[in-house]
Design a protein around this ligand. Sequence first.
Ligand SMILES: *Cc1c(COP(=O)(O)O)cnc(C)c1O
Length: 373
Amino acid sequence: MLLFTPGPTPVPESVRLAMAEPTLHHRTTEFEAIFKETRELLFKLFATDEVLMLASTGTGAMEAAVTNLCHDTLLYVNAGKFGERFGKIAVAHRLKTVSIKQEWDTPATAEEIVSALKANPSVDAIAIQISESAGGLRHPVEEIAKAAKEINPDIMIIADGITAVGVESIDVRDIDCLIAGSQKALMLPPGLSILGLSSVAIEKIGEGRGYYLNLATEIKKQRQNTTAYTAATTLVIGLLEVLRQFDIFGLENLYHDTARRAKATRLALEAIGLHSYPKTPARSMTTIDDAQASEIRSIIKDKLGVNVAGGQDHLKGKIFRINQMGFIEPYESVWVVNAIELALAKLGRRVYDGTASRTYNEEYFSHILEQTK
Ligand SMILES: *Cc1c(COP(=O)(O)O)cnc(C)c1O
């Protein structure tokens, strides 16, 4: 079965093998050396002033970001399940909230953020997804962050990059906290989250808030290549292997390859009459809205060995989402679009003629076709 869900994503063999080594104790020079190298490679990936690894899923890092960086009112963008979650976290911690609610295919705009800030001067942090995984939507976070900082440079910008870090280059100039999670673009099992912080964010954190998710405690420890509580040793070892692979492949190559794959997939599916759901698609996944989304998913899973994700809440049965994160071989992606074309033929919607795989190949390998002209 090909796992093509936008999280969890497949774990490469070299990473699985690295994690199969005998258990290490976390308070040893051996593990500290692993932690140190992992931190160094994370600095390259995040390009932020500080990086922290937490033993939690992505939601733990979202909670840590909100509690440590928002002390009054959180402005959050709710254009999907994950945006909505920022609001729930703030409410659970008795913070005040202001929300910008959008349909799941519609990105927030800098203008909307600016007018919300002007109307709500108590807002001291903004939380938004870079790639909102509920609908495969890309928000213009860099533009929003810049506009917000022009109004108030003390506002903290919390960017959930759980399906964006490792997918594309992110301009972190105006971002104070960039969040990643292990089981998406980092190709690891779930259970590790990472926060990249700006120096302004570190200042605001001060003594930190909370206990387990107190970021001041973690900053102090992690600068010494250790953690406040037991490190998620196996996942850190796996992460080091992933980051080494990123380094060998080259981050620019990874971003470029992911972008080409996402574009080729979208064009292949549009060529067989399907519709791309989000108005501004993220590169992390390809999201198709279709009245027969459930039927298509069932056929490709049961008959063709391809597992893609469906939708949640009001989009349940109405969309399907194809992962683009991590290292993916082109022949796997070609099989995915081909399987979808076969499903449409089986549903009587079009005659099978190989259009999807041909379009994918033409787009993805266009540079090779150019060369042979
Ligand atoms: C998966 C995901 C999360 C939540 O992560 P968990 O690991 O399930 O806690 C948050 N934000 C986005 C954008 C995601 O895709």
